[in-house]
Ligand binder design. Structure first.
Ligand code: TRP
Length: 332
């Protein structure tokens, strides 16, 4: 039995933060043992919203480095740049021929983009779902690890796959499903006492894997706290609960228990809690910073990784495109 195929695209924007790591990446790393994994940097998709990006390769490279630093393994998985795989574009063209204006216009992410940017409603934006379907189906992937916001795109992927199969009376494409990590999804809170860590809560509330120790210390010491407990064993307010959540992912169980006991005895000093959290956070993120620095300085190694990824991705994509061309009736 061959392994199930997993495929996911990574947007080359921003820097990875602790929420990305615990929410997705840690699970991506585990998937590599069980599945045949394809991970790519979605550097074509970037053009839908940034028609003239100056730094497209630098952005892709930066994100690739950060993903590798988190444990994506170019030997076990296939890790590549979307723009290194032109077969995807050919499949995108075939899907576009059978995608209807009405169904594309109804996609929520498209409607959002139109509202945000009414002066840049381009065909690339409209056909974002057909490109995403091509990304996934070029490898005949069956499992796609993505967040809830991508469910509708995946539904479209199944629509295009099924439409192709029935149109050409062929059992060519599988119907991929979103991969749900269920209980393994750890939500990392922001440092401002509200919401999830990430863009919407701002940079000061977010610990990036690239943050220097001094920056991490400063952000954590500024994190929101309350005036402290007044009664034994009282419920922790959200901002304190959040600090404990962070402590749990970067500190030892003993440390967590120590501060929990202090809290319950009303002896806790939030400054001490934050100092400990800052030091443990610095230590936890140290290996990431180190690997990021090493990899970004080694252009030759990165090139080798990208070349290997392109080769492996190409092999899988070529098989699909040859079959698709044969099914439609083109010369091979
Ligand atoms: N749309 C995805 C996002 O915004 C990125 C993406 C592009 C993707 N192609 C994909 C994800 C294929 C999974 C599979 O995050």
């Amino acid at each position: 039995m061959s392994k199930d195929i997993v495929c996911s695209g990574i947007r080359p924007t921003g820097n990875l933060h602790l929420g990305n790591y615990f929410g997705a990446l840690k699970n991506f790393v585990r998937l590599q043992d069980e599945y045949d994994c394809y991970f790519f940097i979605a550097d074509y998709h970037s053009l839908t919203t940034h028609p003239t990006p100056g730094s497209i390769y630098d952005d892709a490279r930066r994100i690739l480095v950060q993903y590798l630093a988190c444990g994506l393994d170019p030997e076990r998985s296939t890790i590549y740049l979307q723009s290194d795989l032109p077969e995807t574009v050919e499949l995108y063209l075939f899907f576009n021929m059978n995608a209807y204006l009405g169904e594309l216009e109804r996609v929520t992410s498209f409607k959002d983009k139109v509202r945000q940017n009414p002066n840049n409603v381009n065909a690339g934006l409209l056909t974002y779902p057909t490109l995403m379907a091509a990304d996934i189906l070029i490898h005949k992937a069956t499992k796609v690890p993505v967040g809830k916001d991508q469910e509708q795109h995946l539904e479209m992927t199944r629509t295009f796959a099924q439409r192709f199969n029935s149109m050409y009376h062929a059992e060519c494409f599988p119907l991929p499903q979103a991969f749900n990590f269920g209980n393994d999804l750890v939500k990392i809170p922001a440092l401002n006492g509200a919401g999830k860590m990430g863009k919407s809560e701002g940079e000061a509330s977010t610990i990036f894997l690239t943050d220097e120790p001094s920056v991490i210390r400063k952000k954590i010491m500024k994190a929101k706290t309350d005036l402290g407990p007044t009664e034994p064993n009282q419920r922790k307010p959200e901002e304190i609960e959040n600090l404990f959540t962070l402590l749990k992912v970067v500190s030892t169980p003993d440390t967590v228990e120590h501060f929990d006991t202090l809290y319950n005895n009303c002896q806790i000093r939030s400054g001490d809690l934050k100092k400990q959290l800052a030091e443990d956070m610095v230590n936890f993120t140290e290996p990431f910073r180190q690997r990021i620095a090493e990899l970004s300085a080694d252009e030759a190694r990165l090139r080798r990784i990208m070349d290997l990824g392109r080769e492996k991705a190409h092999e899988s994509a070529r098989r699909t495109i040859d079959e698709v061309r044969h099914i439609i009736g083109y010369r091979n």
